[in-house]
Structures are given as C-alpha cells and as structure tokens.
Design a protein around this ligand. Structure first.
Ligand code: EPS
Length: 372
C-alpha cells in the first residue's frame, strides 16, 4: 500500500525521498519529524559528522495547509557536508563494509559504493517513519525504541511501555537504566581507546495494535517477515528476534506459547507475550516486540587487513571518519522502520483514500471483532 524511494549520497548535495500511498487528511506535525531526526543524530559514540549536520527536512509536495492530500509526499534534506566531488577515491576495501562486493559488482570505485551504502541514508527513513508514526497515532498506536545492549553491557530488567518513554529521556545511549547506561558508555570508551568499534542490540515496541494485521496466507504477507526484512536492511543489523527470540531454542513448548483467555469486556487476550505480538504472520493484539542486533561498525581506526584493489597486494583497509558506536541512533531508525511496516499493514487491511475512510473501516472492523 505504502511505497517510498529514497535517493542521495552521504556527501552529495541532498538526500531526498518520495512516499506514496498515505491517505489524505493526516495532520503533519513537522516538529515531531524533526524531533526524530535530531534523536537519530544523538548518542554517545557518534562520529564528527553529526556535529556538522543539523538534519532538517523540507516537505516538497503532498502536504497542503499542514495536511496530506493523498498525493506523493516529497522530502528534501540538504547535506551541509556536501563535498562528494572533492573526496578521494579509495582502493583498500573495509572488511565488513559494502566496499568490495559493491565495487566488483558495479565495476565502480569504492567511493561510489560507500557514498550510497552509508547509513546517512537512514535520515530519510527516519523522516518517512516519523510521518508513519503520525498516521499510527491517529489509531492510538504508539512506538518506543530503546537500547538493551552495547558490547557486554546488558539491560536485564523487564520494562513496561510507559517506562521506556519516561526513563530513556536524557540518556546518552537511549537506555532506560542509569546504571546500565554507565556500563554501556564504558564499553564505548573502551572501544574508542582501543581504536575499535562496538555493536549492540535495541528493542522496538508498539502498543495499541489491533488483532489481524498481516496474514498467514502467503509468505510475503506475514508481518513478522516484513518487519524482519525491513530491519535487516538497516546498515549493521545482523539478527532479528521477536518476543522470546533465540531463547525459544531452549524453552519447552509448555513455556514458549501464550495461552488464550476470554473476558466479556476485553474479548480474547493473552497474559504473556512470548510471541512478540505476532503469531502466524498476524498481530495477536499484544504489543509488537522486536529486537535487532547490530554488528560493530566496519570502519576501524585500528585498520583490518585488506587488499589494494589496484596492486592486489595486502594492505591495511582504508579509514574514513566514522562512528565508534551507532546503536543508540539505530534504535531511533528501528522505530521508524517498524512504524513504516505497521502503517503499511494498517493500510493494507483498512484501505482508504482519506484518513476519514481508513478510520471508518477500522472502527467497523473493531465492531466486527466485538461480535466475534
Ligand atoms: C552517518 C553519516 C556518515 C557516517 C555514518 C553515519 O557520515 P561521514 O561518513 O561523513 O562521517 O558518520 O555512516 C557510516 C558509519 C558508514 O559506514 O557510512 C549518518 O548520518 O548517520
């Protein structure tokens, strides 16, 4: 239902995107889009680029007097660090980066590859996702992301949705625990000192989700599969888990599933959320709970061994300015990515050229569920 295309290089003049399929009548609060763009730029361990940029988007179409019209929505972001034409070509691909496969496949230099492979493009995904969050809010659906691991520093406690929004406030690593945050920062500092980089894990939660988004009927319509693909497409992400995730391997069936209960007021419900809110490719009414693991960034000050693509001789990989840890930023991008996928699933289920129509269809479905 929704589709978007983004374009632009990390050090090109602009990043831009067009989002298609958003119904008319959605109030666009640009301050919320800019809040998420600013959140994406923050986080202990980010590199020098974020001090140069003040990511601000301009909406170039599809919004009239502060509301969507149903037409494609254009986003434009000007890079302050526009210098692509002055940057040198690179010849020593970084292990773990798109450099080598990209240069060989496209028969281009490493510069051409890294400029587009860069996570800079996620500024556009964040803006589009923020627009989707505004859409979801119209249906009472909220999104919250937080960092649960950086290196060996892990958040072990279970946390309620409201606690994420309240307790992550002011954290330099988007973590809800002051104590764990200290350990996370220490892990990043250790990596900095060792001229290394460090990865981690973030969790994205969505609440207020109706039963039945996505479908069991075809592999491409399964919502967990769609969310996993989209999250996996984010730079550095290497693993996705829903609910119990990898713990399912060691949990017996009697403790791995969410038993079903019924209440006249609530209808059918679960007391646990081991599935992460999606069963059989469909939402089950519980919070969507998904985790993404990020590998350490592949641009290291302590360069790894590589091969010079001109001479074919072993040399150290190239180093360009980079982040030491991008997991806090990743958690903001993850929110945007999941918001987009769930907004898409909402529009697939409820349709509508205008928000009014989508809401009418949504309300009708809720009434149908009440009778079921
Ligand atoms: C990023 C911008 C980039 C990197 C980082 C993310 O800017 P620059 O290359 O000018 O420092 O800081 O991208 C990478 C880690 C990468 O491998 O490309 C951003 O805005 O998110």
């Amino acid at each position: 239902m929704l589709q978007y295309l983004s374009c632009g290089e990390s050090h090109g003049k602009y990043l831009s995107a067009i989002l298609e399929g958003m119904p008319s009548g959605l109030k666009v609060d640009e301050s919320l889009i800019h809040r998420d763009l600013a959140r994406r730029q923050q986080g202990f361990g980010r590199g020098g680029r974020q001090k140069i940029e003040k990511d601000k988007i301009e909406i170039t179409g599809g919004v009239y007097h502060g509301k969507t019209t149903g037409a494609p929505i254009g986003f434009l972001l000007q890079n302050t660090d526009f210098k692509i034409n002055e940057l040198p070509q690179l010849f020593r691909p970084r292990p773990g980066h798109a450099d080598l496969a990209g240069a060989l496949k496209y028969h281009e230099g490493i510069r051409e590859i890294l400029e587009r492979a860069s996570a800079r493009e996620t500024a556009m995904r964040t803006a589009i996702g923020a627009m989707c969050k505004l859409f979801l809010l119209e249906f009472g659906i909220e999104v919250a992301g937080h960092v649960i691991q950086i290196g060996g520093a892990k958040l072990e406690e279970e946390v309620a949705f409201d606690q994420i929004l309240k307790r992550r406030e002011g954290s330099e690593v988007n973590c809800i625990s002051k104590e764990v945050e200290k350990h996370m920062i220490a892990e990043i500092q250790k990596a900095m000192k060792n001229k290394d980089t460090i990865g981690g894990k973030y969790e994205i939660r969505l609440r207020g989700i109706p039963i039945g988004l996505g479908s069991h009927v075809h592999y491409k319509r399964k919502l967990d599969g769609r969310i996993a693909q989209a999250l996996m497409s984010m730079q550095s992400v290497k693993a996705i888990e829903f609910g119990l995730g990898v713990l399912e391997a060691e949990t017996p069936g009697s403790e791995a599933h969410d038993e079903i209960f019924y209440d006249v007021k609530k209808g059918y419900y679960h007391k646990t959320n081991r599935a992460g809110g999606i069963t059989g490719g469909m939402t089950n009414g519980a919070e969507i709970l998904v985790k993404a693991t990020m590998k350490p960034i592949s641009t290291l000050r302590r360069e790894l061994r590589s091969v010079n693509m001109q001479t074919k001789k072993e040399e150290k990989a190239d180093f360009e300015r980079s982040d030491v840890c991008a997991v806090p930023a990743g958690s903001v991008i993850g929110e945007a990515i999941v918001a987009y996928e769930v907004a898409d699933a909402m529009l697939e289920k409820f349709g509508g050229d205008s928000l009014l129509e989508t809401k009418r269809n949504y309300d009708g479905y809720l009434k149908q569920l009440e009778r079921s």
